[in-house]
Ligand binder design. Structure first.
Ligand code: GRG
Length: 299
């Protein structure tokens, strides 16, 4: 059953991430503590899991050191974005992953610094790799671009700027831009970095970018749906988008259409995956099942 496989792989991913976390010692002990809390407090570990399985689908060689470092790095970048998103200047959320958010536990200054430190430490972790290859440079470029101002940050900026708008004036096009950048860019990056480290050719990496875009969009639509319908153990309050008068994919298109669109995007992504080498391998099969699971998840 996929849920058992996900559980086993989450434990594997957790062990890998843990092995790259900073030591809580010396002058930076307090920030390292806040960084480690933010990561260890929970999370589905979807991005490193997607990276690991894509790497294996493309038959990455046995030396997985680079892969492990990039897996830890993508979770650090994702976690930094959550730390900063929860700050009073942004979403001002006191709960994240079912526990006090970083700024709620450590104070605002440390919430900012832990996020900054996680972002920097992500790249330090990748650059600590023994190997020094072209694949690593390419993977670093993808990771930096997809999390930067032409990726995740662009989505966050557009989202913040929408807050001052009347929700009825926020177009679907704008919502799609936000989702494509804020959410899908990091999912794209996970698949693209996994394949790049395994030595996949550029054409296949490009195809994975489209797969990630569709899966990322479906993942975010599901997030918007769960904000309305609730789910199991979400770790955050339900109905926050409506309370904050936030236009979402669901508020524009309605619940039924949103569900149908998430299913259609997932189907398209799966069809695209099936045309890639290794898609019938163990990892390819797992990824295809995971895509469906993500678009129908309850947390
Ligand atoms: C502050 C630069 C900056 C960016 C923030 C990621 C983000 C951008 C904001 C968080 C809020 C949000 C709903 C983002 C959309 C992406 C998303 C669904 C994030 C949550 O990802 P999950 O469900 O979280 O994988 P876990 O906790 O499981 O890791």
């Amino acid at each position: 059953m996929i849920s058992n496989e996900i559980k086993t792989k989450t434990e594997e991913v957790d062990a890998i991430i843990s092995s790259y976390l900073p030591k809580e010692e010396g002058l930076a002990a307090s920030v390292a503590d806040a960084m480690n809390y933010s990561i260890r407090v929970g999370g589905k570990r979807i991005r490193p899991m997607l990276m690991m399985e894509t790497y294996r689908m493309f038959s990455g060689d046995a030396d997985e050191e680079a892969l492990h470092r990039f897996m830890a790095a993508i979770e650090m970048i994702h976690t930094y974005s959550l730390c900063h998103d929860d700050l009073p200047a942004m979403d001002d959320d006191d709960m994240r992953r079912g526990m006090p958010s970083t700024h709620a536990k450590y104070g605002e200054a440390m919430g900012i610094l832990a996020g900054d430190a996680l972002l920097n430490y992500a790249f330090e972790t990748c650059l600590g790799c023994e190997q020094d290859s072209r694949r690593i440079i390419k993977a670093l470029r993808i990771l930096a671009q997809k999390s930067g101002i032409y990726g995740m940050i662009a989505g966050q900026v557009a989202d913040i700027e929408s807050e001052g708008m009347d929700p009825s004036e926020v177009s679907l096009e704008r919502i799609m831009f936000i989702h494509e950048n804020k959410t899908a860019a990091m999912i794209e990056s996970s698949l693209m970095v996994g394949a790049t480290l395994a030595g996949a050719d550029d054409m296949h990496v490009k195809q994975l970018e489209s797969v990630g875009s569709k899966i990322g969009l479906a993942f975010q639509i599901r997030d918007d749906i769960l904000d309305v319908t609730g789910g199991d153990d979400l770790g955050k309050p339900v109905g926050s988008d409506e309370r904050n008068k936030k236009a979402t994919y669901v508020s524009i298109k309605g619940l039924d259409r949103a569900k149908a669109d998430a299913a259609a995007l997932t189907k398209e992504a799966i069809e695209m995956m099936r045309s890639l080498p290794g898609s019938d391998s163990k990892s390819g099969t797992f990824l295809i099942e995971l895509f469906t699971n993500l678009a129908t998840r309850n947390r």
